[in-house]
Write a protein that binds this ligand. Structure first.
Ligand code: DON
Length: 309
């Protein structure tokens, strides 16, 4: 390691220890019954640098549910097929509303403000059904190629658990259909979306899966160009502005990295040319973002001085 590089291992361990000294706030996502059973005190970090070094602490090997983080990968699949035409179906503006909001859709003629709201991701899933013969296989292929790990897979128990209680998403997909922005069968679109959210990853798999966003669209291992430079730039911009719903501004202000959260308690953030960083802690704040995950990332970019700003 060069002398100018922060001592990442010491830093992540130190922040981890500091977090343990303070009360852990928030609740696990019990609206998905299977996620309610999780040990809420778990905490893991995996940092993967573009020069191929790895640093980790805590429960970094424990699998958790990727949930909304998968929306970035679904978007990548749709964007590589449609390019800018995709923006006729979904916008790229921050919504300032919760992830499952319905409120703006009627006013916006069924065009979701951005692809990371549930409505936006449902439209992206509809696009994938029209552009891929097997969208599930395409998603797994992307995750596996990006991470170099062929064991990543869906978790049918989590998917079934969310399907049983997915009234809000069912309402959203029907509402979008009534407004003309879903072309396929609503149940099939919802199924693809919920299967995608169920993917199980640990912190290492998540950090590795997102390395291509830190590396101008190219995987580190094998140099596969999953997005071109311009596409990677644009998707990082959407992560920065929309990755945390009505907390996106706060995340940019406190952390200063493109990133994406999920109600499984995971957050992944990237610093282009430098690293991909995954953190997992299941207790969520009232915006649906991991409480300790956010605190960790704020401390990390503050102590290292490494952010996009
Ligand atoms: O659709 C849902 O409600 C979940 N499958 C995903 C939501 C989510 O992860 C929001 N992120 N913080």
């Amino acid at each position: 390691m060069s002398d100018s590089r922060p001592d990442y291992q010491r830093i992540i361990e130190q922040i981890h220890q500091e977090l343990l000294l303070h009360k852990n706030y928030g609740e696990v996502a019990d609206y998905i019954p299977e996620l309610a059973n999780i040990d809420s005190e778990q905490f893991g970090v995996f940092l993967h640098t573009v020069d191929g070094n790895n640093y980790h602490t805590g429960d970094w090997q424990t699998p958790f549910s990727i949930q909304s983080i998968v929306k970035v990968l679904l978007l990548s699949l749709a964007y590589t097929k449609l390019g800018g035409r995709l923006w006729q179906r979904v916008g790229v503006e921050p919504s300032g509303t919760p992830f499952n909001a319905m409120g703006t859709l009627e006013h916006d003629d069924g065009i979701p403000r951005n692809p990371f709201s549930n409505a936006g991701a449902l439209v992206v899933c509809d696009v994938l059904m029209d552009t891929y013969e097997d969208p599930r296989a395409a998603l797994l292929a992307l995750l596996r190629s990006a991470s170099g790990d062929d064991t990543i897979d869906f978790d049918p128990v989590v998917a079934a658990s969310e399907k049983a209680e997915g009234h809000r998403n069912l309402a959203l997909v029907n509402f979008l259909k009534s407004l003309g922005n879903i072309h396929n069968d609503v149940e099939a679109v919802l199924d693809l979306y919920l299967d995608s959210c169920s993917v199980a990853v640990n912190c290492e798999q998540l950090a590795r899966s997102f390395m291509f966003f830190a590396n101008h669209g190219q995987t580190l291992d094998g140099g596969v160009q999953l997005l071109n430079r311009s596409q990677a730039k644009r998707l990082n911009a959407i992560m920065l502005t929309c990755g945390f719903y009505d907390e996106a501004g706060d995340f940019a202000y406190k952390v200063g990295l493109p990133g994406k959260s999920g109600v499984g308690g995971g957050i992944v953030a990237v610093l282009p040319n430098h690293f991909s960083l995954a953190v997992w802690s299941p207790r969520l704040n009232e915006k649906g973002n991991s409480y300790r995950g956010l605190r960790f990332l704020e401390q990390f970019t503050t102590v290292t001085g490494e952010s996009i700003f």
